[in-house]
Design a protein around this ligand. Sequence first.
Ligand code: FES
Length: 176
Amino acid sequence: MTDKNRRGFIGKAFGAVAGVGAVASLYAMKKSWDPLPSVKAAGFTTLDMSGYKGNELITEKWRGKPVFVLKYTPEMVASLNDEQKKRVLKIGSDTYMIVLGLCTHLGCIPGYNPAEKAFLCACHGGTYDVTGNVTKAPPPRGLDIPPFKIVGNTIVLGEEGEEYKKLLADGITLSV
Ligand code: FES
């Protein structure tokens, strides 16, 4: 092999090694950019609605945020006015309130009083009715409704189903 040929061979060999290295590091970078499988799965929360009891507030979790689920008793359903009916969800034969459990004022977690069927945010005294509508300022709006899709007797939080899109279009809730 002449000197010139040797230099050419060494150059190609280095080029090949550098190319493999570049592909390997690109792959490693892509892997570090991709969300972990657990993060992908955490985007959606499926709730089986068969276990909830009337007038018992349960706090679920979706994307690290509290989600209030309140199943209404038949008496509670009968007492809802037209404004309140716009915010409730029908799943199977039952009616629920499903909202983010974060006050729309500054994000405190309101408490539910089952006897009064109302929420009080202790931070600045804001109150909400049994459907999450504001009844006393300072909260600027009702409790936000997370994206949801009703699938049989389950609800998938994080997916935008037809019922949720209608609530958004009617201005009943904001996109969160
Ligand atoms: S954070 Fe709820 S009233 Fe201020």
